[in-house]
Design a protein around this ligand. Structure first.
Ligand SMILES: Cc1cc2nc3c(=O)[nH]c(=O)nc-3n(C[C@H](O)[C@H](O)[C@H](O)COP(=O)(O)OP(=O)(O)OC[C@H]3O[C@@H](n4cnc5c(N)ncnc54)[C@H](O)[C@@H]3O)c2cc1C
Length: 379
């Protein structure tokens, strides 16, 4: 058993940590206010060959492992949650299904654009009436002499305004239930395809969250991702991997909150002592440190299992569930340690708190993840 990161992982961690501190963090508060998407950050990440990090070098990726992806996602999220979710979705929701289920031709055409950063990656699963119950998808696709005709809508889709195509699910055979759902690769400039980015969100303000409207959108037969009828199975597998990304995001945000709280507790004085001298504050910080340590280990373990070809559904669900709850409690306590200042934007911890809230919802709510874990332990 070896808890050390490899040399490559350590070098990547050092590089992305510096990048996060020097390039991502300085504009994070401003972007939170202006809701500006971090395009410039991602241009630089493309130059550093990070946009296709875990994908095959054959398609322009860097051929790194899932732990490396978790490291990058954690560090970006420590600096800016919006940058973290954009990256996590780009890789694990946008690129991963193409890498896992795409044909050689699809990988050459589409995955390569994800790896180069020419297109952001996105994945359209959720619909207004089908979120946790994604089997209840209503978007439909009908095959005729001219290819597939897709009609329907998707909601809350990350990155779609910056994607030139995305994979989305549609019902191709109503009679077959979950086995009648198919994933399609759809260019976002297809006639009849509209991407709207009008949501007013609680946090993650500079990430791109969109609604998709598909009115008689045509795609050729070869745009089926993998096999017809396998869309449901594919998105369950995709979400297993995505949960490692959300877990890593949660660790990053929790770490940022803890770092700020520890620094503040040492500087701020009350009753003639620094806050860090009060046992009540020390215990909060000790709990934060312990929980972050455990959450990071859980994320790394799920990543390790995935990279070693083992089953990781349970561990990814546990890591995402636990880490997202740690992010909520760490950001909550970081505000508490800052007192009234914690409630003010200037001190950043309120941004971390708002950004963290999504992590208990996206890619499987905490309730659904407990269902997944219960199923996995044989309930
Ligand atoms: C910022 C943001 C980004 C997102 N990005 C994407 C994306 O890129 N692609 C994408 O496809 N989706 C995306 N989503 C959607 C997200 O995955 C869904 O919001 C999530 O899966 C929950 O679905 P829902 O909102 O329909 O809630 P619902 O499924 O309606 O759930 C509402 C509540 O009921 C509970 N509930 C539902 N079913 C059960 C059950 N069986 N047992 C117990 N409790 C239950 C839920 O846990 C929740 O508390 C994003 C969402 C947000 C907010």
């Amino acid at each position: 058993m070896n808890y050390d990161l490899t040399q490559e992982q350590l070098m990547l961690k050092k590089m992305i940590r510096e990048f996060a501190d020097e390039v991502v963090a300085p504009g994070a508060d401003e972007r939170d206010k202006t809701k500006q998407f971090p395009v410039e950050v991602f241009k630089q990440m493309a130059e550093l060959n990070l946009m296709g990090l875990p994908f095959s070098e054959h398609y322009g990726g860097a051929g790194a492992d899932t732990t490396s992806f978790a490291i990058v996602t954690e560090e970006l999220s420590r600096a800016c949650g919006s940058t973290g979710i954009t990256y996590s979705a780009h890789i694990s929701l946008g690129g991963a299904p193409l890498s896992l289920f795409g044909t050689e031709e699809q990988k050459r055409t589409y995955l390569s654009k994800i790896c180069s950063g020419e297109s952001f990656g996105a994945f359209g699963l959720t619909e207004p009436n089908a979120g946790s119950d994604a089997g209840g998808t209503k978007t439909s696709a009908v095959l005729d002499d001219h290819g597939w005709l897709i009609n329907g809508s998707k909601c809350f889709i990350t990155n779609a305004s910056y994607a030139s195509f995305l994979a989305l699910t549609a019902v191709t055979d109503k009679e077959k239930g979950a086995r009648g759902i198919t994933a399609f690769i759809v260019p976002t400039d297809s006639p009849g395809f509209t991407v709207l980015a009008n949501y007013e969100k609680l946090g993650l303000h500079s990430s791109n969250t969109t609604e998709l409207v598909l009115e008689n959108v045509r795609v050729p037969e070869e745009n089926v991702l993998g096999k017809q009828g396998e869309g449901f199975k594919q998105f369950l597998i995709t979400l297993d991997g995505g949960r490692i990304g959300i877990g890593a995001m949660a660790v990053g945000i929790a770490q940022a909150a803890y770092d700020k709280a520890l620094q503040y507790a040492k500087q701020r004085t009350a009753f003639g002592n620094s806050l860090s001298q009060f046992q009540a504050i020390q215990h909060k910080l000790a709990d934060m440190a312990m929980q972050i340590e455990l959450a990071r280990n859980m994320v790394y373990k799920a990543a390790w299992l995935k990279d070693n070809g083992r089953r990781f559904t349970k561990e990814a669900a546990m890591a995402k569930l636990y880490a997202s709850e740690v992010a909520m409690s760490a950001t909550h306590q970081a505000i508490q340690i800052h007192g009234g200042y914690g409630y003010m934007r200037e001190y950043q911890v309120e941004r971390f708190f708002r950004d963290a809230r999504l992590l208990e919802i996206g890619e499987g709510t905490s309730e659904i993840l407990r269902n997944v874990i219960a199923r996995e332990i044989g309930c």
